[in-house]
Design a protein around this ligand. Structure first.
Ligand code: HEM
Ligand SMILES: *[C@@H]1O[C@H](CO)[C@@H](O)[C@H](O)[C@H]1NC(C)=O
Ligand SMILES: *[C@@H]1O[C@H](CO)[C@@H](O)[C@H](O)[C@H]1NC(C)=O
Ligand SMILES: *[C@@H]1O[C@H](CO)[C@@H](O)[C@H](O)[C@H]1NC(C)=O
Ligand SMILES: *[C@@H]1O[C@H](CO)[C@@H](O)[C@H](O)[C@H]1NC(C)=O
Ligand SMILES: *[C@@H]1O[C@H](CO)[C@@H](O)[C@H](O)[C@H]1NC(C)=O
Ligand SMILES: *[C@@H]1O[C@H](CO)[C@@H](O)[C@H](O)[C@H]1NC(C)=O
Length: 434
């Protein structure tokens, strides 16, 4: 009797740990139950409305997912990307990231906020609505279902254009740049590869990738893929768009990674994840195991969703997601905030000759013409380098994320444990919600 109780306790403890490890720690001030008493229908309102929106046009899911990413990477997940004028004025670049955010996505978020405030009053932040909309966009497109911590507050100011450009990696970035850039946000290589998997849905404009076609073609690109892109983008400044995942453009699945293995990734930042030996094995592991991708994607999204959040009495709950409350204090002044700013202005220019030399030597020694085909989860791993990282210097620089604290394990609730058991027993694909 005693031993069976002990046994049950041990199982619960073990499961608590597993749940914590799959989702990571929760930032102080956020919680999974934040609106349980103040807006119990929040999740249902958002899911129902998006369900209707996506039945008309599933491509809107990608726009919503991307907005949350931009929000979190620039100045933290504080809804600042939603403020009118949020990319700040005239640009020095041809295509500043803001210009390719979908106007429809901003409208959908405003509609969601109106629905939520009608039911619950002005208690839910635009930042949380954006985070929930991104979560549901993943799920309603075929991806994993998962809980996210809530309680974000809305920022009072949007970021400067310099901060926007410095914090959002460019599509022309190589893996070195991506790893360096995202490590400043405590995202590790697995997070980088998993988050990039968001490109399993959505579209890109010609200007985001024609540098791979003109004047000379990127040799890592599949030739017939390049030929079809040249039809879509006959010149480097064509305003056309094309899908990010040629296999299943509107479905949230792991086919993006299969694209990369076939050298059909759209951006340099995508394709180089497969070319670079530090991330190649991760790409492969996701291409052959969708459950693994979903698990790592969820963990990375929950990390990303808590970057530099405002909580408690910081910021405000906006009445209108496009404008701060009492719009009289001058949106243009970027006031100092009590939370740290991520992102270094100079990371684009970090150069490490040794590393680059090694990388180029390695790159040049890679065969340039392979095609991989997948049928379900079958995969013949002949010809792939094992995961390994001979580059000690780099390894030290890429920050590791100390996420599984004992404290975090103990804080994870028993409620979550039971949810987890239920899911574990019923899931045929990864599912994180009850
Ligand atoms: C890792 C660095 C990343 C780079 C360099 C990058 C770059 C881009 C670019 C250039 C586009 C196309 C914009 C256009 O031309 O219209 C795009 C689209 C998109 N990105 Fe990313 N992105 C990155 C990470 C992410 C992350 C972390 C997420 C979300 C978790 C994400 C979600 C999306 C989605 C869903 C789209 C499609 C948007 C639409 O269809 O409107 N991206 N990204
Ligand atoms: C940023 O993008 C949004 C949505 O397209 C737009 O409403 C806003 O005016 C843009 N800001 C600037 C400065 O271009
Ligand atoms: C846009 O792409 C389509 C399909 O790829 C192509 O047929 C069309 O010519 C392109 N339009 C322009 C203006 O380049
Ligand atoms: C795929 O990943 C899941 C989740 O990590 C794991 O439980 C499972 O064993 C993996 N499947 C295979 C065939 O490796
Ligand atoms: C929200 O704010 C924007 C920007 O100030 C404004 O254009 C829009 O009309 C406002 N919406 C509502 C419903 O008041
Ligand atoms: C990655 O990009 C950076 C910045 O453009 C460049 O300096 C570096 O040489 C590139 N590294 C590799 C391995 O290609
Ligand atoms: C490029 O893609 C096409 C179409 O998917 C495929 O038939 C071909 O084998 C690929 N070529 C290479 C070199 O990977």
């Amino acid at each position: 009797m005693v031993s069976s109780i002990l046994c049950v306790l041990l199982v619960i403890l073990e499961i608590t740990v597993a749940k914590t490890q799959s989702t990571g720690p929760v930032v102080k001030g956020l919680s999974y139950t934040f609106y349980d008493s103040t807006c119990p229908k929040l999740a249902a309102i958002i899911r129902n409305h998006l369900n209707q929106v996506f039945q008309r046009d599933i491509t809107q899911a990608a726009g919503l997912l991307r907005i949350h990413f931009h929000d979190c990477f620039v100045q933290g997940c504080d809804g600042s990307v939603l403020l009118d004028g949020s990319a700040s004025g005239p640009s020095e670049q041809n295509a500043p990231p803001n210009l390719t955010l979908r106007p429809e996505a901003f409208k959908i978020i405003n509609d969601l906020q109106a629905l939520v405030h009608r039911q619950c009053g002005q208690v839910v932040s635009c930042a949380d609505i954006t985070a929930l909309a991104a979560r549901d966009s993943v799920y309603l497109s075929g991806g994993p279902q998962y809980d996210i911590p809530l309680g974000r507050r809305d920022g009072l100011n949007f970021a400067t254009q310099a901060a926007t450009l410095a914090n959002l990696p460019r599509p022309t970035s190589n893996t070195t740049t991506l790893l360096d850039s995202l490590s400043t946000k405590k995202l590790d290589p697995t997070d980088v590869v998993a988050l990039s998997g968001a490109h399993t849905i959505g579209r890109g404009h010609c200007t985001s990738f024609t540098s791979r076609l003109y004047p000379t073609q990127d040799p890592t690109m599949n030739q017939s893929f390049a030929n079809s892109l040249k039809v879509t983008c006959p010149a480097s400044d064509t305003s056309n768009t094309t899908v990010l995942d040629i296999r299943t453009p509107n479905k949230f699945d792991n086919k993006y990674y299969v694209d990369l293995m076939n050298r059909q990734g759209l951006f340099t930042s995508d394709q180089d994840l497969y070319t670079d030996k530090r991330t190649r094995a991760i790409v492969t592991s996701f291409a052959v195991n969708q459950s693994l991708f979903f698990e790592k994607f969820v963990a990375a999204m929950i990390k990303m969703g808590q970057l530099s959040v405002l909580t408690g009495k910081q910021g405000e709950i906006r009445a209108n997601c496009s404008a701060r409350n009492g719009n009289d204090m001058g949106l243009w002044s970027v006031k100092s905030r009590s939370v740290p700013q991520y992102g270094k202005l100079d990371y684009y220019w970090q150069i490490d000759d040794d590393d680059n030399h090694q990388q180029n030597q390695w790159r040049n020694s890679q065969p340039q013409s392979k095609s991989y085909n997948f049928n379900g989860n079958y995969y013949n791993n002949r010809g792939f380098s094992a995961p390994g990282d001979p580059d000690g210097k780099r390894k030290k620089r890429v920050a590791s994320y100390n996420m599984y604290t004992v404290e975090g394990k103990l804080k994870s609730s028993v409620k979550n444990s039971f949810k987890w058991i239920k899911n574990k027993l019923s899931a045929d694909h990864v599912s994180y919600d009850a």
